[in-house]
Design a protein around this ligand. Sequence first.
Ligand code: XLS
Ligand code: CA
Ligand code: CA
Length: 435
Amino acid sequence: MKYFNFEKILYEGSKSSNPLAFKQYNPDEKILGKPMKEHLKFAMSWWHTLCAQGTDPFGENTMNRPWNQEDALKTAMAKVDAGFEFMQKLSISYFCFHDRDLVSEGATLQQTNELLDKVSDYILVKMKETGIRCLWGTANCFNNKRYVHGAGTSCNAEVFAYAAAQIKKAIEITKKLGGENYVFWGGREGYETLLNTDMELELNNFAYLLTLARDYAKEIGFDGQFLIEPKPKEPTKHQYDFDVQTVLSFLRKYHLDQDFKMNIEANHATLAGHTFQHELCVARINGVLGSIDANQGDMLLGWDTDQFPTNVYDATLAMIEVLKNGGLHKGGLNFDSKVRRGSFTEEDLALAYIAGMDTFAKGLRVAAKIIEDKALDSYVEKRYASYKKGIGLDIVQHKTSMKDLEQYALQHDQIQNESGKQELLEAILNQYIYE
Ligand code: XLS
Ligand code: CA
Ligand code: CA
């Protein structure tokens, strides 16, 4: 049975007015010597694409999703068919999943695990048939009410044990599906009030859970990259994995920094009061830029709207960071994005993915040109030229003392600064985007 009433989406170029065609994303076209599909390892999010029903706090389901049925296992299998049909038609080579996206929970943990085995067996068949791969898997340790006080940071040790069991199974399923990464997004790992919270114990426990997970993955020979996905708030008032810098200091304290990189989501960056580029840059310069959840928020709203990315400006700045990182390696670009509640047809899903993929494809094209021409880098190099010689070089090479610097300052106290040229650089960036 087919679920999507359109043919394979093809690249028709920027002049095309066909809504069901790519205008920028041409998978095999080479940019900086590498096919676009390798720069942009696009992934379908199982949850937003196949599971989300369009509910909000004020209203019921709105989505037309013909794969949903009465029986949980039948629905799960139909979702696999729908997902693979969709990815093939959109030329999306990867998917990402939470364990509970694949199939809903059975009556016991044992039964849930058996259901997962069945559905993942079928996914494996479809993967072999199509060549589509798994970018990452993760465990949903936040939806069920047992996780009301968190999972690894719950005040209830039984919940900690249950979460560990769930994560163990999710790592096994991810390994079985050849997942290139495994993600930890700290669902409810945070707090509502410090009045009832032992933050130190919670953080110690959380780090212990990550350590156990890392060791177990090694034990079973899972060679995917472990990723942490920062987010500052929602669902809890304060999420422990606030932003990249906070997660880095946590990982370093618990000696986990060699085993974890970051999965950076655009909407989480902006919720933390940062730009998407800021988070990518902090990760890049610390060697932990792992993967991307491509989406965008609404600047007028203070929550996680997970919209499809259509902002070419931000996508360009993001792709500059990715290119400077030498690519995302094991990582990719997962559309952790959902169609709006009013966009309820199956076709809307395709239109949304086309918009997101074209946005990042355009971002890649512009970023590549900017880097190739050194359009911004040459200004930055010039701006820091004082560190290339004389006292600046001594500073960079750590060859000065406070006394040397005082001597220097006493002799050179008539300082002249140069313009930062911000507006010019913004205009240059625009010029590249206009082309
Ligand atoms: C929620 C997160 C979540 C993670 C995976 O805000 O973005 O979807 O990406 O658990
Ligand atoms: Ca995400
Ligand atoms: Ca999000």
